[in-house]
Write a protein that binds this ligand. Structure first.
Ligand SMILES: [Zn+2]
Length: 122
C-alpha cells in the first residue's frame, strides 16, 4: 500500500538522520496536498514503524498538510490546492477525479504538492 511504503521511506530517513544527530528531537513531515494522504493515518504508520525500528520515542513527530498547485493542460489555468480541496474530498481518495474549475476538462498536471517532505528541526 502506498501509504505504508511512504511511511517506511520517512522512517528510514529519520533513522539515518539520527546516526548523525543523536540529539534530534523534532521532526516535521509535510504531506503535500496532492499526496492524498490523511495526516492521522499517516502518523499511525509512522508511530508503528518507529516502534518497530526502536527509534527513541522522545522524538516529536509533527505531521502537517502542505499546499500544492496544479496547471490545466487545456486552458493553462493555475489552480491552488485550496481551490481543488472540496472537489478532492468528495471523490475516492485512491482514485481522485479532478476537473479544471475553469474549463471543466480532466487535464490537470500537479506541479507542487505531490511529495512528502521531511524536515529535521532541533
Ligand atoms: Zn482548464
Amino acid at each position: 500500500m502506498h501509504e505504508i511504503s511512504k511511511a517506511e521511506e520517512v522512517v528510514n530517513k529519520i533513522k539515518k538522520e539520527l546516526e548523525y544527530r543523536p540529539d534530534l528531537e523534532k521532526v516535521r513531515i509535510v504531506l503535500g496536498a496532492f499526496t492524498f494522504m490523511e495526516p492521522t493515518r499517516f502518523g499511525y504508520w509512522i508511530q508503528n514503524l518507529m516502534m518497530e525500528r526502536e527509534i527513541d520515542e522522545k522524538i516529536t513527530v509533527d505531521i502537517v498538510e502542505g499546499k500544492g498547485s496544479a496547471r490545466c493542460c487545456h486552458c493553462d489555468a493555475k489552480i491552488s490546492s485550496e481551490e481543488l480541496e472540496q472537489q478532492i474530498r468528495s471523490t475516492d481518495p485512491h482514485h481522485p477525479v479532478i476537473q479544471c474549475p475553469r474549463c471543466g476538462k480532466f487535464s490537470l498536471d500537479f506541479e507542487e504538492g505531490t511529495e512528502v517532505i521531511v524536515e529535521f528541526l532541533d
